[in-house]
Design a protein around this ligand. Structure first.
Ligand code: PLP
Length: 232
């Protein structure tokens, strides 16, 4: 079941790329496996998935030892500073840097471990009260501060678009983040390597790809409905 769904989503990613005149290799499909058992992740792995997204550090810690070592774990959920120690060195990319304070904590731990941690800045494009992330107008200043941290490398931007019935309603959100991404990229800040745009989920990943996403995070579309409605 998971295997067929994964292939179906891959096909839809490729079709969205074709519509947008983009090379499908520019877009990474992240299988969002939060709340799902290891057996489901194994099925996705069999289907070819190597990028998995989790929103809790604890779940990454529980799952990674039980699965193949070539999996890339993406931390996509809100990260508390006291969990930084456990996720640095474990996640290939932290998508959810939503404060300079958090970036400083990642800096400290990365320095301690002697590595550089790639991160995305999370942007609350639609200014939803229930969501984390920088407001668009605060991204430039945050970027300048975070660029000064030698063990943290900003690789791009991420957003969680509003929950909508029709994906088209989020097109302007994706367009706005893409524009911000281009603006930030053109600043050519030292120690910043802006080339990842993480946006789009099960309900709207095709629109996100049409608007420039380079990473889409798909959970339900691959693994089916989650039992509990967790917050993100
Ligand atoms: C759960 C989650 C997703 C996937 O959501 P679906 O609608 O199930 O595809 C994507 N991004 C983040 C940050 C999430 O927490």
């Amino acid at each position: 079941m998971v295997e067929e769904r994964y292939h179906e989503i891959q096909k839809r990613v490729a079709e969205a790329c074709a519509r947008a005149g983009r090379n499908p290799e520019e877009v990474t499909l992240i299988a969002v496996s939060k709340t799902k058992p290891v057996s489901d992740l194994e099925e996705a792995y069999e289907a070819g998935a190597r990028d998995f997204g989790e929103n809790k550090v604890q779940e990454i810690l529980e799952k990674y030892p039980r699965l193949p070592a070539d999996i890339r774990w993406h931390m996509i959920g809100h990260l508390q500073t006291n969990k930084v120690r456990q996720v640095v060195g474990r996640a290939c990319l932290i998508h959810s840097v939503d404060s300079v304070k958090l970036a400083r904590e990642i800096e400290k731990e990365s320095a301690r471990q002697g590595l550089v941690t790639p991160v995305l800045l999370e942007v609350n494009v639609a200014r939803e009260e229930s969501k984390f992330g920088f407001f668009a107008e605060d991204v430039a200043a945050a970027l300048t501060e975070i660029a000064a941290l030698p063990h943290v490398k900003v690789r791009g931007l991420m957003t969680i678009a509003p929950f909508v019935a029709d994906a088209e309603e989020n097109r302007h959100v994706f367009r706005k983040l893409y524009q911000l991404f281009i603006d930030m990229k053109s600043k050519n800040v030292d120690n910043i390597d802006m080339n990842i745009l993480s946006m789009g989920m099960t309900g709207d990943f095709e629109v996100a790809i049409e608007e420039g996403a380079t990473m889409v995070r798909v959970g339900t579309g691959i693994f089916g409905e989650r039992i509990k409605r967790e917050s993100y």
